[in-house]
Design a protein. Structure first.
Length: 697
DNA sequence: TTAGTCCAATTTTTT
DNA sequence: ATTGGACTAA
């Protein structure tokens, strides 16, 4: 397929800043790839002098492979990655200028939270006085806005100076030789800003910079680009303000809205033809996004035939919803749609549970994308800490993690003492451990067994390098300690560790250094798991969050949980109109993933934290004209005996003594009509309709 | 210090 | 419902 005139114009545009406003399904990725191809083939620019910034690591590798298809192996030479991955590679080279050792490591969300918690505890600040999550949120908020402790806004909470805590958090990170995700960006910005010679080197490294998903950049990333491209000004950004869904991560749509004023002389290209979805699906998408004020003026035009009208189905509860979703997917499959071309998208990851259960029962192949990632698993983090120790790249946090795993008689007190001793020694954690083989001060003596095991295994590794981790986990007693969790649990965890060993062996064969492997583990987005029913060729239905679905497309899409409180999410509703707009964009992103068929579902009852909720259909549904979205609201016949009230299954009712609830079922006729009602607080009751003074609400 | 018991918080989305 | 953290006894 050739590029259309607008795509071609964008792909072959000359030097200088370029803004490509690309609606959903308008061939944005194709256009970027063709532009890079054009730069290499027609303009003679060396691939390694082109930098392509993508939103995920997966998108980066896909970009390279698609480019290779277009222009041959040369395409693989283009430098591409996420802002974070690219920053990390720059910092690996220059971090010493900022006072970090070059072997610094990245801290993940879990360890970050643990650090904050310890920090608050050490200052006797209780969870109730200042919630760790609140502090972390605030710090991240500052970092997204590129504010360091010195220029962060003055903020007090219960008389606690948050800036002070931010400062301490930052100091502790530096002390632990760790950077958090935001630090990767901010420290790169510091390199570019405060170190002219390093900045000059970085700036001279690339002739062209291209950025995908530009609508989701935050101020730190914005500064990063400005400082990197200010000399050659060959910056091409691609995005769609209607698909900005990362405001909570500091993304600011204004970066794309105001691109032309920041980059003087920028050329604007608009891709407004949608090649992906049927006109019926696009109509729905346009109707939804129309509800948002303040949009870049842009029209998305359909190029495909009408197709099947999208359908909205109201279900009983989340299990009924899951069954109906499974039925729809099976139906699509029977009509010839491959499993791999279907996806179920949801707002929150917990929504996947009932769907997974039902898909398992019905034997449909699926895979969950996201969720608890491979490298976030406890046993994987433990094993990696042991492995880091083995390869002498372990730091204090690694040592702390495994000091008492398995139990070596080191408790909270001993652990802290250990950290103090390590700090006082002035040595790196792995080297310090070597000195403990015979004896050590205080609780450090309890690590002598571990130290000897490490030394012994390192000897062994001279012969069989791949077996090191296994041997150490065995010798240290870690594997045995897993047994305490029960047979099945322990077996899964051992399997995961085996998978890690396989990864490590592959990485070693590729010549990847231990630090590079740890970097990869830190930045790689959560791995995906395929369930057993998935066919050998990996054909499976994809389950993922709406956020993860950005940039993807499928023949058939199911959007689950289209309810107030879920989409729009309650937390966003609390934020006000900005939050609501972002939720609407999220729905828009979900709808525009679909090529041919689209099903939306809501449940009337949803269980969470053990109790029941009775959500209303999403307010976005009401904004949609009836002819654009087919719907089936009344899944049960109206109760004739009470026609004037019009009670349906799923109706919300109020009872004078039981309070609010929802109707689960209706039986009988005339005066003998019985209804079963699930009350919010009083549980499920069977009531004679004639006597129960039920009131619709 | 651990082990055992109980209670609370958790869940919006991700690099 | 599950899970990590706090509290208590030994």
């Amino acid at each position: 397929m050739q590029l259309n005139p607008a795509q071609q114009q964008a792909a072959e545009a000359g030097d200088g800043p370029q803004l490509i406003l690309a609606g959903a399904g308008s061939g944005k990725t194709r256009t970027i790839i063709h532009r890079i191809g054009h730069l290499i083939a027609a303009r003679g620019i060396a691939p390694h002098r082109i930098l392509a910034v993508t939103f995920t690591n997966k998108a980066a590798s896909e970009l390279k492979s698609r480019l290779s298809l277009l222009i041959g192996d040369e395409g693989g030479g283009v430098i591409s990655g996420t802002f974070h991955a690219l920053s990390l590679s720059f910092l690996r080279r220059y971090a010493d200028a900022l006072g970090y050792p070059k072997s610094f490591q990245v801290i993940d969300a879990d360890d970050q939270k643990a650090l904050i918690r310890r920090l608050l505890k050490a200052r006797n600040i209780s969870n109730d006085t200042l919630h760790p999550g609140y502090l972390l949120n605030w710090i991240e908020h500052c970092k997204h806005a590129a504010l360091n402790p010195a220029n962060a806004p003055q903020q007090a909470w219960n008389d606690i100076d948050m800036r002070e805590l931010y400062n301490i958090y930052q100091q502790e990170l530096v002390q632990h030789e760790r950077m958090d995700f935001s630090d990767l960006l901010l420290n790169t910005v510091r390199l570019l800003k405060d170190f002219p010679d390093i900045a000059a080197l970085l700036r001279a490294r690339f002739d062209h910079v291209l950025v995908d998903e530009y609508q989701d950049t935050n101020p730190a990333q914005h500064a990063w680009l400005q400082l990197l491209c200010c000399e050659h000004r060959n910056l091409t950004v691609v995005g769609d303000d209607d698909q900005s869904i990362y405001g909570w991560r500091g993304a600011d749509v204004r970066h794309i809205l105001h691109f032309e004023s920041v980059w003087e002389g920028a050329k604007v290209h608009r891709l407004e033809h949608n090649y992906r979805s049927t006109a019926a699906i696009l109509n729905l998408a346009n109707a939804v996004i129309d509800g948002n004020p303040e949009r870049h003026s842009k029209q998305l035009r359909a190029t495909r035939e009408d197709g099947e009208t999208p359908f909205w189905q109201v279900c009983q509860d989340e299990y009924d919803e899951a069954r109906r979703i499974a039925a729809a997917l099976r139906n699509w499959h029977q009509q010839g749609m491959p499993w791999r071309e279907m996806a179920v998208l949801y707002r929150t990851s917990r929504q996947s549970l009932p769907i997974e259960q039902v898909l398992n029962e019905t034997g449909l192949p699926y895979r969950v994308i996201g969720g608890v990632g491979f490298f976030e698993r406890m046993e994987i983090k433990d094993a990696l800490a042991y492995w880091a120790l083995l390869h002498r790249c372990a730091d204090a946090l690694h040592m702390r993690r495994i000091a008492n795993k398995p139990k070596r008689g080191i408790g909270a007190v001993g652990e802290q003492r250990l950290m103090d001793l390590l700090a006082a020694s002035g040595m790196r954690a792995a080297d310090w451990l070597d000195t403990l083989a015979e004896s050590g001060p205080g609780p450090a003596a309890k690590l002598s067994g571990l130290a000897r095991a490490v030394i012994a295994v390192r000897q062994q590794m001279m012969q069989q390098p791949d077996l090191g981790l296994e041997a150490l986990l065995q010798a240290s007693g870690y594997l045995e300690s897993l047994q305490a969790m029960g047979e099945i649990e322990a077996a899964t965890r051992r399997e995961n560790i085996q998978a890690l060993q396989d990864y490590l062996a592959i990485a070693a064969a590729e010549g990847i250094t231990p630090i590079e492997f740890l970097d990869r583990a830190a930045l790689l987005q959560s791995g995906e798991q395929v369930n057993k029913a998935a066919s050998e060729d990996g054909a499976a239905i994809s389950l993922m969050s709406l956020h993860r679905a950005k940039g993807l497309e499928f023949d058939g899409i199911v959007l689950g949980g289209i309810e107030d409180g879920l989409l729009p999410h309650q937390r966003s509703l609390d934020e006000g109109p900005t939050g609501l707009s972002e939720e609407r964009r999220l729905l828009y992103v979900g709808i525009t993933r679909a090529k041919d068929r689209l099903l939306l579902t809501s449940a009337r009852i949803r269980r969470s934290f053990g109790d029941m909720q009775f959500p209303q259909p999403s307010r976005f549904i009401a904004e949609i004209p009836r002819d654009i979205l087919a719907r089936e609201e009344n899944t049960a016949p109206t109760v004739t005996a009470n026609a004037d009230i019009g009670l349906n299954i799923g109706s919300n009712v109020r009872h004078p003594s039981f309070g609010e609830g929802v109707i689960l079922g209706v039986e009988g006729a005339g005066d003998a009509v019985r209804v079963s009602v699930a009350f919010r607080t009083a549980g499920t009751k069977q009531l004679m309709l004639k006597y129960a003074a039920l009131e619709m609400i």
